[in-house]
Design a protein around this ligand. Structure first.
Ligand code: SME
Length: 331
């Protein structure tokens, strides 16, 4: 388990300084299993009992992320920009229930789908927290609490990169955001490719391999839809996939998948609406990449299709690594 050790105090702590010290928090082990309970006061008095908190990073469809601004009157980190939403889990609450409560209180948003991107232990002088890190894509209205916050706004990833280390963002946000959202794509794919290589080594059944390749890519990269279409009887037929239900038959030269088959090359589509003949299995899919899988005779045996909720998700880095991963599916 990744542990983040620091000598600055946690924002969830100072955010709620005036809260009731008798409030009960769950005490958990590092896997999140509840092993007891303690009061807020006990958790924050240096006893360092591990207690859970939830963080939500709110992205819009342009891949900008909402940051909240801490009011100037706060005694810790005044005026700094911070994670969209964050707070403690109450005793008896699940992480998702805590997220819904906190997102409602802090930003006035209720209709969102959280996706868990990881968890880590945050260790400061005063306390130990198990942090559940979540993201969501949200395009509705954000109404930051007038009492708790000094407003907020969406930031581009480049703006955030430029602000890091400039005393503009809270240190807690900087370290978490860098770790979970600014890892270079190459590094993520390198690890994923290594993992897939080991996973499918020696396996000779194509469907088995495709099933695990789709699952590994999907869970690691957090895409909207990840799956294979196989060439069977002169058409593409739906194969192993992860994500919502999809169309089952695609003709040669049809849609992005059929075109990648016809051209025998990877196709990157930054905006599906701009691709003539794109087949929309879901209106939520905004960009797409399709990579052919070749058999040992050099014919296209299948295509790997990946869809994203955001525009412009895929580039040459994705193409390079996914072509390598599709090499593992060659039978
Ligand atoms: N968009 C694809 C169809 C498959 S779904 O995206 C899963 C296409 O145009 O070929």
């Amino acid at each position: 388990m990744f542990t983040f050790v620091t000598d600055f105090d946690d924002k969830n702590d100072y955010r709620t300084m005036e809260d009731n010290k008798q409030e009960r928090f769950p005490i958990v082990d590092e896997s999140g299993e509840v092993v007891g309970s303690a009061t807020r006061g006990e958790c924050h008095d240096g006893s360092r009992m591990l207690h859970p908190v939830v963080h939500l990073h709110v992205f819009n469809s342009q891949n900008e992320v909402y940051l909240q601004k801490r009011p100037e009157w706060k005694d810790i980190q005044p005026g700094k920009w911070d994670t969209s939403v964050g707070g403690h889990m109450d005793y008896g609450e699940t992480p998702d229930e805590a997220l819904v409560r906190e997102a409602g209180e802090e930003l006035g948003i209720t209709d969102f789908q959280p996706v868990r991107v990881g968890q880590y232990v945050f260790d400061s002088r005063r306390e130990r927290e198990l942090v559940y890190v979540n993201r969501t894509t949200y395009n509705g209205r954000v109404c930051p609490s007038a009492e708790e916050l000094d407003g907020g706004r969406f930031w581009t990833l480049d703006e955030i990169r430029a602000a890091i280390g400039q005393d503009i963002l809270t240190p807690n946000f900087e370290s978490e955001f860098q770790r979970f959202f600014l890892t270079p794509k190459d590094e993520t794919y390198r690890l994923l490719t290594e993992q897939i290589g080991a996973l499918v080594e020696g396996e000779t059944d194509a469907v088995c391999v495709m099933a695990n390749v789709a699952a590994a890519i999907h869970s690691e990269m957090g895409f909207f839809w990840t799956g294979f279409y196989r060439v069977i009887d002169g058409e593409l037929r739906l194969g192993p996939f992860q994500g919502p239900v999809a169309c089952m038959h695609i003709g040669y030269g049809k849609g992005v998948c059929g075109t990648a088959w016809q051209r025998r090359e990877t196709i990157v589509v930054p905006d599906v609406e701009a691709f003539p003949g794109h087949i929309a299995c879901s209106s939520l899919s905004r960009s797409e990449i399709v990579v052919p899988v070749f058999n040992s005779q050099g014919d296209v045996a299948a295509v790997l299709d990946i869809d994203s909720r955001e525009l412009g998700t895929f580039d040459d880095t994705d193409r390079r690594w996914l072509e390598r991963i599709c090499g593992f599916c060659r039978m």
